[in-house]
Design a protein around this ligand. Structure first.
Ligand code: AOF
Ligand code: ZN
Length: 353
């Protein structure tokens, strides 16, 4: 099951509203095939493992992180495929919260004389499926926050684009790879001119859809975001603008969405998240500057928050301090916490709910 979970991890953030599932099939203590939910959510993990297997699956044992589906959705039920292949035992870790399949597979398997065991590694697997559960059961999608700060708590250095070291930045790209969209503000795009893709060799295809909050569609067509919008999906939420700007951005293959405002005339963040979820995104990474991050922190919208802290101070070249936010954050936080050392930089991750 631990290997099945490793398979599932390969597609976390790349299966949209479908869960990332992992599957390993074993005969006489030898792994004969494995698979995971494919990009976009289909084929399912069990199908993938079965299809990849060149040998006979008779009498084998199947380990899968989530209860196999037994409903007809966009694909046919995995339970049917497992029964047809005469697999003799199925181990799954947790039940699928999707009501179409919830707790339905065991009965079907038993009818076909297939043994079933539930619950191996369930606390780890449940944690892994937090975003899937949230997608199925709550109004908002799963939201991660990320910020990089210097040792003296600045988020901006007027003399150097980078605050944290190369390893930290690579780690941030890895974070992008397991989210299906990354959300930022026009101000951050203007200041940093980011691309917001995953540029780890071999993981480029796991780049998330970029979503920008740009009130008046002021995003420059010479920005890296617009220049790469033919290759990487891009969405802009705006409040009001003119036909000319709308047409130019649409020509760059950018999807434009008119957003709702709150009483101050700013983006209603809850509403933006609801809209993002309705587009099928389950895991949102907010990677932005102090303002947008503060908006999310104040409204308690993060499920997890990652702070990369550099081992260096910026001093007089620093601005946009995160000091007040740290206080706000630590006052409210109810969280478990993990700490990683990245060649001197530190990554502190807080689970907030
Ligand atoms: C599995 N294995 O790898 C995944 C499952 O529209 P469909 O046919 O793709 O069905 C989507 C549902 O299938 C989804 O809501 C969840 O219940 C299940 N996902 N099931 O057996 C998988 N990804
Ligand atoms: Zn399935």
């Amino acid at each position: 099951m631990s290997l099945a979970l490793q398979q599932a991890q390969k597609s976390l953030g790349n299966t949209k509203q479908n869960p990332a599932v992992g599957c390993v099939i074993v005969r006489k203590d030898h792994i004969i095939t494995s698979g995971f939910t494919q990009k976009g959510g289909r084929p399912h993990a069990e199908s993938n493992a079965i299809n990849l297997c060149k040998s006979n699956l008779n009498n084998s044992e199947l380990y899968v992180t989530l209860e196999p589906c037994s409903h007809y959705g966009k694909t046919s039920p995995c339970t049917n495929k497992i029964i047809k292949k005469k697999i003799k035992k199925v181990f799954f870790s947790i039940k699928d919260p999707d009501p179409r399949s919830f707790n339905k597979s065991t009965k079907q398997f038993k009818k076909s004389k297939i043994k079933v065991k539930i619950g191996i590694l369930d606390s780890e697997v449940k944690k892994f499926y937090r975003s899937y559960y949230k997608f199925k059961q709550e109004l908002l999608p799963y939201v991660s926050g990320k910020i990089a700060i210097s040792k003296d708590l600045y988020t901006y250095n007027s003399k150097n684009k980078w605050i944290t070291n190369e390893l930290s930045r690579g780690r941030a790209h890895l974070l992008r790879s397991y989210h299906d969209c990354v959300l930022t503000s026009y101000n951050t795009v203007k200041k940093d001119n980011p691309e917001l893709t995953c540029r780890i060799l071999g993981l480029e295809s796991k780049s998330p859809t970029r979503i920008i909050l740009d009130k008046h569609l002021n995003l420059s067509t010479s920005s890296n975001i617009v220049k790469s919008s033919y290759k990487y999906k891009t969405i802009i939420f705006f409040i009001n603008s003119n036909k000319k700007k709308i047409n130019i951005l649409k020509k760059h293959k950018i999807k434009l969405i008119k957003a709702k405002t709150n009483v101050d005339g700013n983006f209603d963040l809850e509403n933006v998240l609801i809209k993002i979820k309705s587009l099928g995104f389950a895991r949102v990474l907010v990677e932005s500057g102090v303002n947008l991050i503060t908006g999310f922190l104040k409204r308690n919208l993060f499920d997890i928050f990652h702070i990369f802290i550099s081992s260096n101070k910026i001093g007089k070249n620093g601005s946009l301090s995160f000091k007040k936010n740290m206080q706000l954050f630590f006052k409210n936080k109810k969280s478990t916490y993990s700490k990683v050392n990245l060649l001197g930089d530190k990554l502190h991750s807080y689970e907030l709910k």
